[in-house]
Design a protein around this ligand. Structure first.
Ligand code: PLP
Length: 348
């Protein structure tokens, strides 16, 4: 099977499993896991932040950060395509009693004018605008990346209005590869940063939040309260560190393959794609008629999986466990697809 549903579907490689076996561990609720402690400091140094906290998932990372930066009744500005708005089970409302204010940006990205216009006045009835929450690279926005300039402008608005800036960097690694922006720059514009090792880097689980020492001290308590205090977590941190060390350098290949698939999609009159929109490992394209199901069934019948991302939109996401040979097969299938294809999916 060639699985392009997400970059979260990778399986741990042998070297990663070995790193887990070799990891020195301790009880991380007592902050005594040496592998976790060293990895948290390494990532904090990488992003130029004071401290880091290893957490089970990107969702917990984002939600911890929102909780740290807000109080009940506050408002968080985000893009309408943002992960925190669409795919985190309304956690911000439930866990932090905050309101998300989704704005219509471009491919999941906000800009400073849009944000500035959405900041609420100070009075008794408006919610307090407290946080600008960005995503980089974007997921539902099709892998788009912020430029340095865009981030500087957004950070300036945050500074001017006394807002905090949270950056959901689940795929910050892809953004780094695409834009060449150094990690410490992201740390310099964001108050809190959440990064994932379980997306294109290929760890089985694990994310990290980064911020100043005081925020991370508070985060430890909230993580415990939410059931995210884990014990011998060095096993997962070792996998995450292996993923960072060995798979970061492979991300550029994922980007190249996504762009090549876009070229193939563009040759099929039944499909449509904006080839220039492909910046990283995520490709979004449309089926011109009949919805996504016939196309997805056609691909699945040949052992290729993608996901529906809207009534007519398909997402294909590349990761290091899809190679050039797999890509060749996918390209051939995409070129040969016709809308009248309606065979049932073969079992198995
Ligand atoms: C942009 C973004 N943020 C956060 C998450 C949440 O990560 P997790 O699935 O580890 O909770 C995802 C998951 O795909 C994501 O794409």
């Amino acid at each position: 099977m060639i699985d392009l549903r997400s970059d979260t579907v990778t399986k741990p490689v042998q070297g990663m499993l070995q790193a887990m076996v070799n990891a020195e561990v301790g009880d991380d609720v007592f902050a005594e896991d040496p592998t976790v402690n060293a990895f948290q400091q390494r990532m904090a140094d990488l992003f130029g932040m004071e401290a880091g906290l290893f957490v089970p998932s990107g969702t917990m990372g984002n939600q911890l950060c929102l909780n740290l930066l807000t109080g009940p009744g506050d408002e968080v500005i985000t893009d309408e395509l943002g992960h925190i708005f669409n795919y985190e089970s309304a956690a911000a409302a439930h866990l932090s009693s905050v309101q998300l204010r989704p704005l219509k940006g471009s491919r999941g990205k906000l800009n400073s004018n849009l944000v500035e216009a959405a900041i609420r006045p100070e009075n008794e009835w408006d919610p307090h605008t407290r946080v600008i929450a960005l995503e980089n690279s974007t997921n539902k926005g099709g892998g788009a990346c912020y430029s340095r300039q865009e981030l500087v402008e957004l950070s300036n608005v945050a500074l001017q209005y006394g807002l905090s800036l949270h950056l959901d960097g689940a795929r910050i690694w892809n953004a780094m590869v695409r834009t060449g922006i150094e990690p410490s720059f992201f740390g310099s514009v964001a108050d809190t940063l959440s990064v994932c090792f379980s997306k294109g880097l290929g760890a089985p689980s694990g994310s990290m939040i980064l911020g100043n020492g005081e925020l991370i001290r508070r985060a430890r308590r909230i993580r415990k309260m939410w059931g995210g205090g884990m014990r011998q977590t060095g096993l997962l941190a070792a996998a995450a560190e292996y993923a960072y060390e060995h798979h970061f350098q492979l991300l550029g290949e994922d980007h190249r393959r996504a762009a090549l698939l876009a070229e193939a999609v563009a040759t099929n009159p039944a499909l449509s794609v904006d080839k220039d929109s492909v910046e990283t490992n995520i490709l979004l394209f449309d089926v011109k008629s009949g919805g996504t199901e016939p196309f997805l069934n056609y691909m699945a019948s040949y052992g290729v999986r993608m996901v529906s991302f809207g009534p007519d939109t398909i997402r294909a996401t590349f990761h290091f466990q899809v190679d050039d040979e797999d890509l060749g097969k996918v390209i051939t299938l995409v070129k040969e697809y016709t809308p009248d294809w309606n065979q049932p999916v073969q079992p198995g």
